[in-house]
Structures are given as C-alpha cells and as structure tokens.
Design a protein around this ligand. Structure first.
Ligand code: GDP
Ligand code: MG
Length: 362
C-alpha cells in the first residue's frame, strides 16, 4: 500500500485534492488538524493499493519526498535480496569438507542459533584446512569477555546506557549491592540521570537509603560537574542514564552533560537478547562512543537462543562484561566469564552465581 499525506486549509479542500489524485481508491488512515504559525492546517493521511505507475505523482518538494519515502520498503527488500544472493554465492565456497566434523557441527549449530552469516564465514576462514584447530579460541576472539569486577576496571564512574526497560536501574542496584557485600567499607554513590516520569529514580534512591549508599540526582550539567568535583569522596560511582529520545545519540548526550572529555568514566550498554537484527544495528549506531566500553546482557532467562550476543560482539568489537538472568535483584547477575558465556550459547545454560553454587553444595 502506498501512503501519502495531504495538507490544506480546510478538510474539504484536502478531500478534493485526494479525490483528484486517487478517485475513490484512497483509504483514510488518519485525519487531524494542527496549528502552524497560528494557522490551522488540516492533514489527512491516505493509503492506496494502486501500483505506482497508475498513480499520478507531482514534482513539488513534498511530493518528491513522499514518493521517495514510499519506495523505501521496496528498496529495503531489494537490498535484503541482494545480500541473500551474495551469501548464497559465497556459501558454496564454504567447502565444509575442509573442516573436521566437530568444527562443522559447531558452525551449523551457531547458524541455527541465529549467528550471522558474516560471522560464520569469518570463522570458516579461520578454521579451514586445519582440522585440529579448536573453535572456542576463535570464538573468544570474536566475542571477548571482560568481567565487570572492581579490580579489572580502573574507572571510578560507571554509567549504564540502553533502551527503556532494558534493565539499567536493576543492574545498577545489583552492582552496588554486590560491591557493598564484597567490600563493606567501599564508598559507593548511586546517581540517577534518569529524570523521566518512570519510577527508576525513586527505586534507586530507595535502595541507596536502605543500603547506606550515597545518592545524587543528575538533572543538569552543573549536577554532573558537582559530582565529578566530589569524586574523591567515593570509590565507585554508578550512574543510571535515561533511555535516549528517538533522535538523540549517546555521544551528543554525554557532551551536553560535560562528561565526554577526559573524565574517569566507562559507559556500558545494556541490551536484551531478543531484539531484531535491525534494532541491534540501530542501537550500536545510537550508542557509539569512545566512552562505551562493554556490553551488558540482561533478561537472558527470557530468550530462546543467544546468537545475538555473538553478532553484537562481532559488530561492536566490545567485550561482554555482565550477564543477568532473572528479574530479582539477588542471585540474578554475574560478571561475564568465558565459560558462562559459551555455555549459554552452546547449551542454553544460564550462569549460576557463586552463592547459588554454594547453596547447592550445602
Ligand atoms: N526476567 C528478567 N527481568 C529483568 C532482568 N533484569 C531486569 N529485569 C526486569 O526488567 C524490568 C525493567 O528493568 P529496569 O531496570 O527498570 O530497566 P531500565 O528502564 O533499563 O532501567 C524490571 O521489571 C526488571 O525487574 C533479567 O535479567 N531478567
Ligand atoms: Mg530505569
């Protein structure tokens, strides 16, 4: 269906325009009145099933843009077909006989898990002709881990970014509780830059109060400057960033807050394993920044496969730092390690916290 928006001074005028162009074939999709520079504008969006060639198109700026927008889905489909054909051409070059049965089974498994063809081809290149080569070291190069454990990360400020509802606030609370448990004298500050309507800020404050942690609100650039100024009072500061608006990007946002410079900050991107591939691409673009240092995967318990973890590591070049696998705040998160990561991918086995291992042993 082609979709086109008509605008005019009165509904009658707009309908006349629609009738002149589409006759009785148009379906009204929306009809609204807005104000622009004090003038009322009537805007009607219609859909029509006629093929493009039968539809009269004009050449005003708006009409040209409308026509271009209409053809995007076709262009997308065409691009996907081209990619599919390219992969189909490359695939036969992947002579599986050059691999040992073990290597072949692993690649076939990863493909079924949703690991992208690009990654599979890359792995094939590394393994071909060397049947004794183990696949795991190659995979570990593609998806490295760097556990978010105090000692490994020198940065004092750790900010969690990511889409709304990804699990940023919960992860910050888990991180703070873990750090406090392991090091009761640590001076930990929780800071909320999420000033939206959601409950995240209140929840964070509540846990800070309950656990005797410092809490700061970060509403303005001055708040960020103040927090950085008092950083020597803290051993670790966890910052809860808001989900960014549709047209905002992390780098611009950090600059606006004055923290994109040489401050002691690592940002971690919190993601869930069941977004679409296009969505991951969009997130990696939106959150691209020199300050972005790792990927945190939450809601692993809600996924049915884990190819996305491998694909996102491959595309971003970032290590995985944390794995979270339950909606509770305790016993639901673990710093990433290679063993857990690949058990998750190959066996669908969720990580097990040290406390759980202990509890089972007793
Ligand atoms: N099942 C499951 N739920 C989680 C996990 N992590 C967080 N959640 C839930 O996801 C919801 C959104 O989490 P929240 O931390 O508020 O997300 P934010 O908007 O990114 O701050 C909450 O209901 C959490 O309990 C997880 O690992 N597994
Ligand atoms: Mg939140």
């Amino acid at each position: 269906m082609r979709v086109k928006t008509f605008r005019g001074k009165s509904t009658a005028a707009v309908f006349a325009e629609i009738k002149a162009e589409f006759g009785d074939d148009a379906v009204i999709l929306s009809n609204k009145t807005t104000e622009e520079n004090g003038r009322r504008i009537h805007e009607i969006m219609v859909g029509v099933d006629k093929p493009e060639s039968e539809v009269k198109t004009g050449d005003t700026r708006d009409e040209v843009i409308d026509a271009a927008m209409d053809s995007i889905p076709d262009w997308n489909r065409e691009w996907n077909q081209i990619k599919g054909h390219m992969m189909a051409l490359l695939k036969p070059q992947m002579n599986m006989n050059l691999l040992a049965p073990r290597q072949r089974l692993a690649l076939e498994y990863l493909e079924r898990e949703g690991v992208d063809n690009k990654v599979i081809l890359d792995l094939f290149q590394q393994l071909r002709g060397n049947k004794s080569k183990a696949i795991l070291p190659e995979l570990e190069k593609i998806a490295p881990v760097r556990p978010l454990d105090g000692n490994l990360w020198k940065e004092k400020f750790h900010a969690l970014a990511g889409p709304h509802g990804a699990g940023k606030t919960s992860t910050i609370i888990r991180l703070a509780l873990k750090e406090k448990r392991e090091n009761p004298t640590a001076r930990i500050c929780l800071a909320s830059a999420d000033q939206g309507q959601g409950k995240g800020r209140l929840v964070l404050r509540h846990y800070a109060d309950l656990s005797g942690l410092d809490f700061r609100e970060l509403g303005t650039r001055e708040d960020f400057a103040r927090l950085i100024g008092e950083s020597r009072n803290f051993d670790r500061v966890f910052i809860d960033l808001p989900g960014l608006a549709a047209n905002a990007e992390l780098d611009g946002w950090l600059s606006a807050c004055g923290i994109n410079g040489p401050c002691d900050l690592a940002v971690h991107l919190v993601l869930n394993p069941y977004y679409s591939q296009a969505q991951y691409c969009a997130f990696l673009k939106k959150y691209k920044s020199a300050k972005l240092k790792s990927l945190i995967w939450t809601k692993l318990d809600e996924a049915c496969n884990y190819g996305a973890l491998v694909n996102t590591a491959y595309e971003s070049g970032l290590p995985v730092s944390l794995l979270s696998y339950g909606s509770t705040l305790r016993n639901s998160m673990k710093p990433a390690c290679e063993k857990d990561f690949w058990r998750l991918v190959f066996k669908h086995q969720l990580p097990c916290s040290d406390q759980e291992v202990l509890a089972r042993a007793v």
